[in-house]
Design a binder for this molecule. Structure first.
Ligand code: PMP
Ligand code: GLU
Length: 384
């Protein structure tokens, strides 16, 4: 073996995505013939709505197969700006970068704002890739734990006020939340705004689950007074439109921010896939009914799980959005998840991946039948 690959110190700071690693393991076991109930990865189990698929095919037939302008096709940037204006964000097409997935939008944001030693504040439990992206950019992480507050932000605002300071560069907010499903109240978001303004901090508002809310209302952080020129709003098509494999997302921020992040975008991905961007226009403009059907199905599944856990005396902090639930398990949640997949053939993600040990994340993007099966298996293997 040669020593030719001298791996960077930077790449050594991170591990592979835990969510994707477990779903890969579940897929491997299934390929070997095992019947795994896979509640690991956050991926809607619905087909992409037909009108979006047709729009993609039409775009291919029409020859939309070349590069597009780096930040995206004008029709999609305009549709995104119009969508943002609908949630009270004063948006313009020139303030948007269309990316291959929301993940790329987040990656570009961290790289654009964060340098070595800059402080990034995360709200725990936090989605696994925020920490990885922050570390790749060189960040020092500070964390505020929402677990003692039923995963809600409003009761944790005092803790947040103790953590955010003039030294803070960036705060990451994700509502509805992956992995808890919590939807933060408007009062909580106003609390974020007050701290961000007081300490002149930038905020990522990852709103990728905004269309999947139940008994709560989603508020776009950038719509609050004082937030327009310090928020980077992240969104994507994977969850609301069941388009995970199409890889389409975007960021919205000031034109100045877009100018800076656009450099990285143009030197890395060049642009999002051309015909996929055309399908994205259709998704934003003509898919409300399908989105609503999926939202209702997720709501029913959440309610079913709550009832099933209740029957077994398990107390869960239930969120009002996304399609995740954090359930309390053994202190060693890694070992619990290993037993869940090896003994009960149920795949879940250890809470430690989200800095919430003692929990496992369940993604209820699965049929009611499979959710019942999962709970039965966990109970009959004495895991619940
Ligand atoms: N943000 C959150 C909170 C997520 O759960 C995901 C899921 N992968 C993403 C961003 C990125 O999704 P995608 O890259 O598929 O748009
Ligand atoms: N965001 C989803 C999850 O958390 C998809 C996998 C990933 O990108 O992490 O499971």
């Amino acid at each position: 073996m040669s020593d030719a690959y001298d791996f960077s110190e930077r790449i050594g700071r991170v591990e592979p995505s835990a969510t994707l690693a477990i779903s890969n393991l579940a897929a491997e076991k299934e390929a070997e013939g095992a019947d795994i109930v896979d509640l690991s990865v956050g991926e809607p189990d619905f087909d992409t709505p037909e009108n979006i698929v047709e729009a993609g095919k039409d775009a291919l037939d029409a020859g939309h197969t070349g590069y597009t302008s780096s930040n995206g096709i004008p029709e999609l940037k305009e549709a995104i700006a119009a969508k943002l204006r609908g949630t009270g964000v004063d948006a313009d097409a020139d303030e948007v970068i269309v990316t291959p997935g929301g993940k790329q939008a987040l990656y570009e944001t961290f790289q654009t704002l964060i340098g070595e030693g800059d402080e990034v504040v995360l709200l725990d439990p936090a989605w696994v890739s925020y920490e990885a992206m922050a570390k790749l950019a060189g960040a020092d992480l500070s964390r505020v734990d929402l677990s003692p507050h039923g995963f809600q932000l409003e009761p944790a605002l005092d803790d947040l006020a103790e953590t955010v300071s003039d030294d803070t560069e960036l705060l990451v907010v994700n509502s509805p939340s992956n992995p808890t499903g919590a939807v933060f109240s408007e009062t909580a978001l106003e609390g974020v705004r007050d701290l961000a303004v007081e300490h002149d901090v930038a905020v990522i508002s990852d709103e990728i689950y905004e269309r999947i809310v139940y008994d709560a209302e989603h508020v776009s952080l950038a719509s609050l007074d004082g937030m327009a020129d310090r928020t980077v709003t992240i969104n994507g098509f994977s969850k609301a439109f069941s388009m995970t494999g199409w890889r389409l997302g975007y960021l919205h921020a000031t034109e100045e921010f877009v100018g800076q992040a656009g450099k990285l975008h143009s030197h890395s991905v060049s642009c999002a896939v051309n015909f996929v961007q055309h399908a994205g226009v259709e998704a934003l403009e003509n898919t409300d009914e399908s989105v609503e059907e999926m939202r209702r199905a997720f709501a029913d599944r959440r309610d079913l799980l709550v009832d099933l856990f209740d029957e077994h005396g398990i107390d869960v902090d239930v969120g009002d959005g996304a399609f995740y639930m954090m359930i309390p398990v053994d202190d060693d949640d890694q070992a619990w998840c290993e037993a869940a997949i090896e003994e009960a053939s149920v795949a879940c993600v250890p809470g430690s991946a989200f800095n919430a040990p003692g929990h496992a994340r369940i993604s209820y993007a699965a049929s009611e039948e499979r959710l019942r099966e999962a709970v039965d298996r966990l109970v009959s293997n004495d895991l619940l």
